[in-house]
Design a protein around this ligand. Structure first.
Ligand code: IMP
Ligand code: MG
Length: 335
């Protein structure tokens, strides 16, 4: 079985769960026809393909399948320079589109973000996403269709995706960040400027709730958080290094704080997002002998038990297990 027509990918915790890796796997394995990037430039999705590492802030993570049509959602905020730079690096000029109604994030938003005492206290990424969204709410933000450099890419992405679904095309809606950074459901005020949940991802892409077939929630085997705000069970940097969990942010290079997997939180986020499937990433960070495994039988009993416990306690079937950085380092349990 491969993906049914429309799947939403949502992060379970505070972002950096490995959504980019899961999406790049599905792009290749399930031959995705469309991938729609929501959110903005604050979120970096890491994709490893054929020994190259990409940290994508604007281009959808499914770009590694050369047949996939790539779209930036109407609800997204486009950083024009970053978009053009990534289009160049990934060579997707001929198959990427920006929805005409996506709004624009500008340098002034970043300046405001970095200067604001409130945003400093939250520890934002400094890209200016909050101020850019404020402008959109005030109805003074520029839209993608007004930007000459974007002209070759402007499209009606909402029509493309919905027509694609009418024709049975496989569509993936790429969420960014994690549910606990949601403006509505996260650890307010230590959150980002938008709702990061599955319903919001569909809304940003212009896909109605009844058209979504699967919600795939992505759990990392341990939890990380960048910036300020609560992180239950947090361990020290030294302890994280000892356990092999210590990470730095793909986008900003900041240290990521870390904590062990939280089964109760996993259950809660699965429920609120209506998750129908789950992925567990970075199992090799918890159990180094799992590295690169592509079959369940190759896992030690303790790793299998961990995955079983996630499934039982979150109440969602685990269908994909990440065992290494490459797009294809996956155990795929879908029948
Ligand atoms: P902002 O989204 O830049 O406004 O930052 C608000 C909070 O969300 C800060 O704690 C950031 O570190 C966090 N954040 C924003 N984007 C990401 C992401 O992609 N991964 C992890 N944390 C993020
Ligand atoms: Mg990230």
């Amino acid at each position: 079985m491969t993906l049914v027509p429309c799947t939403v990918i949502v992060g379970a915790f505070w972002g950096d769960e490995g959504k980019g890796k899961i999406i790049s796997y599905l792009a290749l394995k399930d031959k995705l026809d469309f991938c729609v990037r929501t959110g903005s430039v604050n979120a970096a999705h890491t994709v490893w393909a054929e020994g190259n590492r990409y940290a994508l802030h604007m281009v959808p993570a499914a770009f590694i399948n050369p047949k996939c049509r790539l779209l930036v959602a109407a609800g997204a905020n486009v950083h024009v320079a970053k978009f053009l730079e990534e289009v160049e690096v990934t060579k997707v000029h001929n198959r990427i589109g920006v929805d005409q109604n996506a709004s624009i994030i500008e340098e002034k938003h970043s300046v405001e973000d970095k200067a604001s005492a409130v945003n400093k206290g939250i520890g934002t990424t400094g890209w200016g996403v909050g101020p850019a969204l404020e402008e959109r709410v005030r109805r003074t933000a520029k839209l993608a269709k007004d930007i000459p450099e974007l002209k070759p890419y402007i499209t009606d992405g909402v029509a493309e995706v919905n027509d694609g679904l009418d024709n049975g095309k496989k569509v993936l809606l790429e969420g960014t960040q994690g549910f606990m950074l949601s403006l509505f459901y996260g650890t307010y005020p230590y959150v980002t400027g938008r709702d990061t949940g599955a319903s919001a991802i569909a809304s940003e892409a212009g896909v109605g709730p009844t058209r979504v077939d699967e919600v795939l929630i992505v759990y990392k085997s341990f939890i990380t958080r960048v910036g300020a705000g609560p992180l239950p069970g947090e361990i020290t940097k030294e302890e994280a290094q000892r356990r092999g969990w210590f990470e730095t942010a793909a986008g900003t290079g900041r240290d990521r704080r870390s904590a062990p997997f939280d089964f109760d939180l996993a259950k809660k986020t699965a429920k609120i997002n209506g998750a129908t499937q789950a992925a567990v990433t970075k199992l090799d960070s918890m159990f180094p002998t799992c590295r690169g495994a592509r079959k369940l039988d190759a896992l030690p009993a303790e790793a299998k038990n961990f995955v079983k416990e996630v499934e039982a306690r979150a109440g969602v079937p685990v269908v994909l297990i990440g065992t290494g950085p490459d797009a294809l380092d996956i155990i795929d349990l879908r029948k």
